[in-house]
Ligand binder design. Sequence first.
Ligand SMILES: C[S@@+](CC[C@H](N)C(=O)[O-])C[C@H]1O[C@@H](n2cnc3c(N)ncnc32)[C@H](O)[C@@H]1O
Length: 288
Amino acid sequence: MNEAVKTWRIIDILKVSEKLLGEKGIDSPRLNAELLLCNTLNSERMKLYLDFEKPLTQSELDNYRIKIKRRLNREPLQYITGSAGFYGLSFEVNPSVLIPRPETELLVEKSLDFIKKRRLENPKLLEIGTGSGCISIAIASSITCEIDAVDISNDALMVAQINSETNNTTPKITFRNKDLFNDIQSLAGYDLIISNPPYIALDEIQGLQEEVKDFEPLGALTDNKDGLEFYRKIIELAKYSDGITNILLEVGDGKKEEVESLLHKNKITKYEFYKDLLKTDRVLHLEI
Ligand SMILES: C[S@@+](CC[C@H](N)C(=O)[O-])C[C@H]1O[C@@H](n2cnc3c(N)ncnc32)[C@H](O)[C@@H]1O
């Protein structure tokens, strides 16, 4: 006699995968299970609740199991689903780009505040290390502007270009393959320079979550030194560029003191740190 094949309803598979993810120590296991199922079924979260009793087809089940396995292996949810939200927009992501972080939205907000306060019409911006393009695209989707967005990684720039197209910002942003340390000689001619640089010191990498250290691009995380190389180079370039340069930089957790002592060493007095929602000093405004 044939054994009855087990039918997996949405509610059953969610319960089992929540348990497995939880046992592996993955944060928010239920949310992860639901978002991976939404991605598999190409459906909204609300629809899952309405369809709790609905059985999955074999191919949906096979697909979902592959995704859960990847997540159990600590691969970030966003690389599995291929997308991440940032500043209310949707971005394609893959392992050649850093996953956009919510705290980086403060850099977008402060850039827009700066442009508004100075009443800049059609400002010219330079973003150093654009990655997925999330910062430049978020700014360009809010105002009229011209942005040069550069990155050392061609693979990242390809993702950024796609994101710019899907978010309808292509006429405003030019993506270029440039190495800050070799290809940029001056910051003159820009109203604002922005960057979320690789600011994790090389010796801190091992202490990061597996999702980050084993999957995100190392070149987006660290400068392979003390985490301050990008700040040093940008300050040096600003000092030798004609005119006043305004710069907004993201700052790593607990890095304020180190960055501030770099400013003192360079005799920079016009600067301000802004805190994020968790009261961490997150964005630095420099006028050099
Ligand atoms: C922390 S990620 C920021 C990505 C994106 N802007 C964001 O906020 O999500 C830093 C980016 O800098 C790029 N990068 C690393 N070294 C660079 C260099 N020497 N010149 C230009 N870009 C560089 C990396 O490829 C990476 O995309």
